[in-house]
Design a protein around this ligand. Structure first.
Ligand SMILES: [Zn+2]
Length: 494
C-alpha cells in the first residue's frame, strides 16, 4: 500500500503543478494581460487543460484511486479516504461528458468572458448573444450526459454548487422570501432617510481607495504575503492553496463604498481559503465545492460586519483620515448611506435588504432556461420583465440589465441561488458566534481576529472535507433555518 500511496501522491503533485500554471495564466488574463494576448492565452490554456485532463483521468490514476478506496490499510487516514472518494466522484462526473466536447467547452470559456466584457462595455447584448446561446446549448446537452435516476435537469447544476440542494429546497426558500420579505420591502423601502447627496457628488481618488483596501486587509487579517489585491471589471476571488489566494476589486471615482464592500466581500472568501487546513493544499479537499457556504463567509464580512455600527466605531476615524473630503460627515450619516434600502438595478451594489430579490430574478431565469427551449435572444426581455415585477424598476439598457454579471459568460448556471442562501447561512452563523463571543464588543475594540478564529475553527479549516449541512450543524448545533435570516433583515430594517 505504501508504494501505491507514494505513486498516487506523485501523480497528484504533477496534476497540481499543471493546474497551478493554468490558474496563474487565467488570473493574469482576468486582470492585467494585454487585450491582444487573448488568442495566445487561449491556445496555451488549452494545452495545459489537455495535459491536466490526461493526467487526471488516466487509467493508471483511476486504478490507484480504486485500490486506495477499497483498502482498509491503516496507512489511509480519514482525510485521504475522503479525498479519494471525492476524486472518484469527480472521475465519474467528468468522464460522463465526451472528452473533446468538454475541452471545446472549456476553450470556449477562455474567450466568452472577454466577449461578455466587450458587450457590457458597449451595453450591447447582441455582441454576446451568439456566445451565450452556445454556452446554453452546451450546458443543456451536458445535462443529458450527467443525468442520474435521482438527479436531472437544472437540479444537476444546483447540486454542483451546493451538494444535496435542489429546486425543491430553493423554491421553498424563495417562496418564503416572496411571501414574507417582498411585501415587507415594498412597504418599508420608501420610508428611509436618503443622504446620498452628501456622498455621490464627491470624487474619491483611486489611490485613496487602494490605501483603504490595504487597511482593511490589515484589520481583517487577509494575509497579503499569501494573497494579492488586483483590479477587474467584476471583482472576484481566485484561490488555489492556503498560500495563494488572490482577490480583485474595482475603483469607481464617485462610489468609494463599492470598493469598500466589494473588497470586504472578496476578503471574506479569501480569508476562508487562507484558513483551510494547509494539509489540504494541492488536493481536492482544498477545492471550493460548497458555494453557499463560501458565499456565507463573504456576505458575513460584507454585510453583517461591514455594514454594522460596531465595525465603524473602530474604523470610521481611519476612513475620514484617508478620504479627506468625508471629514465633515458624521458616522451616523455614513451608516445611513450604506444601509439605505433602494429598489435598484445592480446586484453587486444592492443593499442587504433588497439583495435576495436580485437573486430571485436570476434563479427564475435559470429555471426557465433549463426547463424550456427559450433562446438567448429572449432573455433580456425576461430579465427586464422580472426586474419590473420584483423590484419595480425599469431597465433601459443591457449594461444595467442582463449584462451586469459575468457568471453566465463563465458557464456558471446554478451559482446565483447560492448567494441568497449564503446570506441566510451567515445570519445563522452570527447567532451561533454571538452565543460564544461578544461580537459587537470585539468589533468596537478592533479585534476581528477573535471572530476570524471562531470562523476558522467551526467553518474554514474543513475546506471541502465536510458539506454545508455538516458544517452548519457542527457550528450552530442545529440544521439550517432560514428564519434567522428573515428575522435579521426585518430587525435591521424595521
Ligand atoms: Zn461572492
Amino acid at each position: 500500500m505504501q508504494e501505491i500511496i507514494k505513486k498516487y501522491y506523485q501523480i497528484r503533485e504533477e496534476i497540481f503543478s499543471l493546474t497551478y500554471a493554468g490558474w496563474v495564466l487565467n488570473f493574469d488574463h482576468e486582470t492585467n494581460a494585454p487585450e491582444g494576448s487573448l488568442d495566445t492565452y487561449s491556445k496555451a490554456y488549452e494545452s495545459i487543460y489537455r495535459l491536466v485532463y490526461e493526467k487526471s483521468y488516466s487509467p493508471e490514476r483511476l486504478d490507484l484511486l480504486k485500490k486506495i478506496f477499497q483498502s482498509d490499510d491503516s496507512l489511509i487516514d480519514e482525510d485521504l479516504r475522503c479525498e479519494v472518494s471525492k476524486c472518484l466522484e469527480d472521475y465519474e462526473q467528468t468522464l460522463a461528458i465526451p472528452k473533446e466536447e468538454l475541452i471545446a467547452y472549456n476553450v470556449l470559456l477562455t474567450k466568452s468572458e472577454s466577449i461578455w466584457a466587450q458587450a457590457r462595455q458597449k451595453s450591447d447584448f447582441s455582441i454576446f448573444e451568439g456566445c451565450l446561446q452556445t454556452i446554453i446549448d452546451t450546458k443543456r446537452k451536458f445535462l443529458n450526459y450527467l443525468a442520474k435516476p435521482n438527479l436531472s435537469g437544472y437540479d444537476i447544476y444546483l447540486d454542483a454548487y451546493e451538494k444535496g440542494l435542489t429546486t425543491k429546497d430553493y423554491d421553498h426558500f424563495f417562496d418564503l422570501i416572496k411571501k414574507e420579505l417582498v411585501p415587507f420591502i415594498l412597504k418599508k423601502v420608501h420610508n428611509f432617510k436618503n443622504v446620498d447627496h452628501l456622498f455621490t457628488k464627491k470624487t474619491y481618488p483611486v489611490a485613496q481607495q487602494a490605501q483603504f483596501s490595504n487597511y482593511l486587509a490589515k484589520v481583517l487579517g487577509y494575509d497579503l504575503t499569501r494573497g494579492e489585491i488586483r483590479q477587474s471589471v467584476h471583482p472576484f476571488t481566485s484561490g488555489i492553496t492556503s498560500k495563494d489566494t488572490r482577490i480583485t476589486t474595482r475603483f469607481l471615482p464617485h462610489n468609494f463604498e463599492s470598493n469598500i464592500f466589494s473588497t470586504m466581500h472578496e476578503m471574506g472568501h479569501a480569508i476562508f481559503e487562507q484558513q483551510i487546513n494547509p494539509a489540504f493544499d494541492g488536493t481536492i479537499l482544498h477545492s471550493v465545492t460548497n458555494m453557499a457556504l463560501h458565499e456565507s463567509q463573504s456576505r458575513f464580512l460584507e454585510n453583517i460586519i461591514g455594514r454594522g455600527q460596531s465595525f465603524w466605531i473602530a474604523h470610521y476615524p481611519q476612513l475620514i483620515k484617508v478620504f479627506k473630503n468625508l471629514k465633515s460627515i458624521s458616522m451616523e450619516d455614513f451608516l445611513t448611506y450604506i444601509n439605505t434600502p433602494k429598489l435598484s438595478k445592480i446586484r453587486i451594489e444592492a443593499d442587504e435588504f433588497t439583495y435576495p430579490l436580485h437573486v430571485l430574478v436570476r434563479y427564475e431565469i435559470e429555471k426557465v432556461i433549463f426547463s424550456t427551449d427559450i433562446k438567448a435572444s429572449q432573455l433580456p426581455k425576461l430579465w427586464n420583465d422580472l426586474y419590473l415585477k420584483y423590484l419595480g424598476v425599469e431597465i433601459t439598457n443591457d449594461q444595467e440589465g442582463i449584462l451586469q454579471d459575468i457568471h453566465w459568460a463563465g458557464g456558471s448556471f446554478g451559482y446565483f441561488p447560492t448567494y441568497a442562501l449564503g446570506s441566510a447561512f451567515a445570519s445563522q452563523f452570527y447567532q451561533a458566534l454571538a452565543r460564544e463571543i461578544d461580537v459587537e464588543k470585539a468589533l468596537k475594540e478592533n479585534n476581528y481576529s477573535i471572530i476570524s478564529k471562531w470562523l476558522k475553527e467551526h467553518i474554514h479549516q474543513f475546506g471541502a472535507s465536510k458539506n454545508s449541512k455538516e458544517i452548519i450543524l457542527g457550528a450552530c448545533g442545529e440544521n439550517f433555518n432560514p428564519q434567522y435570516y428573515l428575522d435579521y433583515l426585518k430587525g435591521k430594517f424595521h
